[in-house]
Unconditional design. Structure first.
Length: 421
C-alpha cells in the first residue's frame, strides 16, 4: 500500500507529517509520490479564509481525480463542514498517531473521524529523519492566548509544553543524523514551559550546552509572554549557537485594536521588548506580523500602525488582511472593514516594508558574514542563512556547511554574496 503526504502551513505541520511518515513505514506502508499513491493524506492549514478555500479545492481535486484522501491538520477543527464528504477519514492534530488505523478502517469500508482534544506527547512518537540541513523540533502545542481572530487555537488547544529532556534528545538525534540547523517550533514559543515550571530562556541554555557546531532558529514568540523574562531571554540569545532572529508579532500599532484583539500587551510593551533586544544585539533580524482591516480599525488606528513601523523599522513584516474565521469572536464584531480598504492598507504597508527592508539590507553590502548553506535556491545558486537569519544566495558551494561570504548586493528580500574559500 502506497501513501503520499501533502503538507500545508506551518513548521508544526511539517513535523506532524514526519511523525505520520514514521508510523506508516513502521506499519509496512510505502511512502510514494502523488501519482502512484493509493492514499493521499492532506495535512491541512486553515489559518486564513483564502487558505481554507485552497484546502477545499485541493481535496476536491484529488477526489475528482480518483484518489482516496484522508484529511489531517487544522481544517477539521476549524471548519469540519468544509471537508468533502467523500474523504476516507479525518484526523485532528492530536490524533495523527491513529493514521495507520484510519487507512486500515478505510480499506474495510469504514471511516475514522477523530478530532477530539486528546493528550498525546508527540516527542514520544517515532519520526522520520530523512536528512537535510534544517530539522524542526516542536517544543509544545497550544497556547495561553485567546486572540479574538484566531481559529488555530481550536485545533491546537491550551498550552502543553514538552519536557526539556525529550527536546534535548531529539536535538541530539538530529545532530547525529547530520542536521546543522534546529528550528524550535510551537504556536507560541514565548510561553514555552509556563505550564511545567520553566521557560524558553532556560530551555535554550540546555540546548546551547549540547556539543557540536550547529545553529538554533527560534520561532514566533508573543510579546505578552516574552516581556515577563526578556532579560534572561536576551542573555540566552547571546550564545553563538542562537541565530540573532526574533519573530515578535505586534499585529497592530494601535492599543485600542490590540485590546479588541485581546493581545494582552500594549504597543509600548512591544517596543520595550524590541529595544531590550537591540541594546544587546545590534544586528538583530526583527520579524513581525501585522493584521490590517481588523474590525473597528479606522484610519487613525491604521496610521498608528504605520507610525509604529516607521519607528521600529522591522527587517520583515508579514502583512495579512483580516479574514473572519468560523467560531471566533472577531467574526461577530460590528464595524467590519470593507475588503477594498483592507487591500489598500495591505498594499501600502507592503510597500513600506519593502522600502525599510531594502535600506536595512543595503547596509550589509561589503561586509563579510558567516553563512550556513541550505541547498539549491529557487532562483539558482546555493541558498543560505546568515547568523541573523538573512536569506543569502551564493553562486556555488557545499551544502550544510558554514562558509565565509562577502555580501555583494542587496534586495528587499534577500542578499547576494561571493564565498571566500
Amino acid at each position: 500500500m502506497r501513501v503520499y503526504i501533502e503538507t500545508y502551513g506551518c513548521t508544526r505541520n511539517r513535523a506532524d507529517a514526519e511523525i505520520m511518515e514514521a508510523l506508516l513505514l513502521n506499519a509496512g506502508y510505502e511512502l510514494s509520490n502523488l501519482d502512484s499513491a493509493d492514499y493521499v493524506i492532506v495535512n491541512t492549514c486553515a489559518v486564513k479564509d483564502p487558505t481554507e478555500h485552497h484546502m477545499r479545492r485541493r481535496i476536491k481535486e484529488l477526489l475528482d481525480g480518483g484518489k482516496k484522501v484522508i484529511v489531517t491538520g487544522c481544517l477539521p477543527h476549524v471548519n469540519l463542514k468544509a471537508i468533502d464528504g467523500r474523504v476516507s477519514g479525518i484526523l485532528g492534530v492530536k490524533s495523527i498517531d491513529r493514521i495507520v488505523d484510519a487507512i486500515e478502517l478505510a480499506e474495510r469500508g469504514e471511516r475514522l473521524v477523530e478530532i477530539e482534544q486528546r493528550s498525546i506527547d508527540k516527542l514520544s512518537l517515532p519520526r522520520l529523519l530523512s536528512g537535510g540541513v534544517a530539522f524542526v523540533v516542536p517544543i509544545g502545542e497550544g497556547c495561553l492566548n485567546a486572540c479574538t481572530y484566531c481559529a488555530t487555537r481550536f485545533a491546537r488547544g491550551v498550552l502543553k509544553s514538552y519536557r526539556p529532556e525529550l527536546i534535548v534528545k531529539w536535538v541530539k538525534e538530529a545532530l547525529a543524523k547530520g542536521y546543522r540547523e534546529i528550528q524550535l517550533s510551537s504556536e507560541d514559543n514565548g510561553c514555552y514551559g509556563f505550564d511545567i515550571g520553566t521557560n524558553l530562556a532556560e530551555l535554550l541554555d540546555e540546548l546551547t550546552a549540547i556539543d557540536g557546531d550547529f545553529r538554533i532558529r527560534i520561532g514566533m514568540a508573543n510579546p505578552n509572554h516574552v516581556i515577563k523574562y526578556v532579560d534572561d531571554l536576551v542573555e540566552a540569545y547571546l550564545d553563538e549557537k542562537i541565530y540573532k532572529f526574533l519573530h515578535l508579532p505586534v499585529q497592530s500599532g494601535d492599543n485600542r485594536i490590540l485590546k479588541l484583539m485581546v493581545r494582552n500587551y500594549t504597543v509600548e510593551e512591544f517596543e520595550d521588548v524590541v529595544n531590550t533586544f537591540r541594546r544587546k544585539i545590534p544586528d538583530l533580524n526583527l520579524n513581525t506580523d501585522i493584521i490590517v482591516g481588523f474590525p473597528g480599525e479606522d484610519e487613525d488606528a491604521f496610521q498608528n500602525t504605520v507610525e509604529l513601523v516607521k519607528r521600529v523599522k522591522p527587517d520583515k513584516i508579514n502583512v495579512s488582511r483580516y479574514s473572519p474565521r468560523p467560531g471566533t469572536i472577531a467574526a461577530r464584531m460590528k464595524n467590519q472593514v470593507v475588503g477594498w480598504r483592507a487591500k489598500e492598507r495591505s498594499r501600502y504597508l507592503h510597500r513600506l516594508r519593502l522600502s525599510i527592508s531594502y535600506e536595512i539590507n543595503k547596509k550589509l553590502v561589503g561586509r563579510e558574514v558567516e553563512v550556513l548553506t541550505h541547498g539549491q535556491g529557487k532562483k539558482g545558486g546555493i541558498e543560505g542563512r546568515t547568523m541573523n537569519y538573512k536569506d543569502i544566495i551564493i553562486p556555488d558551494g557545499p551544502v550544510g556547511e558554514f562558509v565565509r561570504v562577502r555580501v555583494e548586493k542587496a534586495t528587499a528580500t534577500y542578499l547576494l554574496g561571493t564565498p571566500l574559500f
